[in-house]
Design a protein around this ligand. Structure first.
Ligand code: SF4
Ligand code: SF4
Length: 306
């Protein structure tokens, strides 16, 4: 399989990882590469807004829930004893009481109940969408408002990606995963499938703190990674910030300064690097993206025309 899988992540929200994921996807597309962008930030999926598109082809994501039938239950206690999520409360000789907010949907209780007293049920916890915008494929996961099981939506997106790669190995040259922010299990699910990880940070104490947290996760996963400093001109401390990263052994891919065209691209829903967009090709933001993209292609050994 020759598809390169690149995750774009950030230790905290608002660093600009979606901006970078979308524009790198667009730049690969500009080279006539077959690109799939997957928005795994299911709590706040907004890649499609930056691409100026809309969400299409929704598919419900169901989540398994056990339904207990006391008419059949013999109060044996097997289900509560074996539920590692502690989602079944049971006092001796009483019927089990499910606490479904803790349920991970593992189905174990349903499989092991000796009296068929647990029946399968499910509820919709969100959706996946598959659409095509600006000549690239976009898959998006969205968690239903009020739901907490974001990991199940990300698992669905990853499962779909793996199935596609297996059945259609030449369909994509590049897959870009826009992960959730933070350093938790949702992020781990996306990072674990990536060949390369780009961390986006900003030159502030908060940015540095969160970058170090996500680096710990990336190192635990044994992934190769480089960092992009977004809004690098924010505090006039770019050089010092980069020096600190270098002292900590954090490799930098490049930086992107504050730029009015980038702000306008957000406002218009037009990626600054899209060939069809009319941004200043000599602007600071545009040139910085070109430089970062050149460095990215060198890093991942991706050969395409410039
Ligand atoms: S395993 Fe089945 S029979 Fe036993 S307590 Fe649980 S629901 Fe009841
Ligand atoms: S499905 Fe799994 S997590 Fe949920 S109640 Fe049953 S055993 Fe516990």
């Amino acid at each position: 399989m020759n598809t390169k899988i690149i995750a774009v992540t950030g230790g905290k929200g608002g660093t600009g990882k979606t901006l970078i994921a979308v524009n790198f996807a667009v730049m690969f597309k500009n080279l006539n590469k077959k690109v799939l962008l997957i928005d795994c930030d299911v709590d706040n999926p907004n890649t499609y807004l930056l691409l100026g598109g809309k969400l299409e082809n929704p598919k419900e994501v169901p989540f398994f829930l056990p339904e207990f039938n006391n008419d059949k239950c013999t109060k044996c206690g097997l289900c509560s004893k074996n539920c590692i999520a502690h989602a079944i409360l049971q006092v001796k000789d009483q019927y089990p009481i499910p606490m479904l907010t803790l349920c991970s949907g593992c189905k174990l209780c349903y499989k092991i109940c000796p009296d068929n007293a647990i029946e399968p049920s499910s509820k919709v916890i969100g959706w996946t969408y598959e659409t095509r915008i600006r000549n690239l494929d976009l898959w998006v996961g969205e968690l239903k408002v009020g739901e907490a099981r974001s990991a199940a939506i990300i698992e669905k997106l990853i499962e779909n990606m793996e199935r596609e790669l297996e059945t259609n190995p030449n369909k994509y040259d590049v897959i870009i995963l826009d992960t959730a922010p933070g350093a938790h299990c949702d992020v781990e699910k996306s990072l674990s499938k990536a060949d390369y990880v780009i961390c986006v940070t900003e030159p502030t104490p908060f940015g540095a703190f969160d970058l170090r947290r996500i680096m710990k996760l990336i190192n635990l996963l044994g992934k190769t990674t480089k960092t992009i400093i977004n809004r690098s001109s924010l505090l006039g401390n770019k050089e010092v910030f980069m020096e600190n990263l270098s002292e900590d052994g954090i490799s930098v891919l490049g930086d992107i300064p504050l730029d009015k065209d980038i702000v306008n691209s957000y406002a218009k829903g037009v990626p600054i690097m899209d060939n069809d967009a009319n941004f200043d090709t000599n602007g600071k933001g545009y040139l910085a993206f070109l430089e970062n993209f050149k460095n990215l292609r060198q890093w991942i050994n991706f050969h395409g025309e410039t």
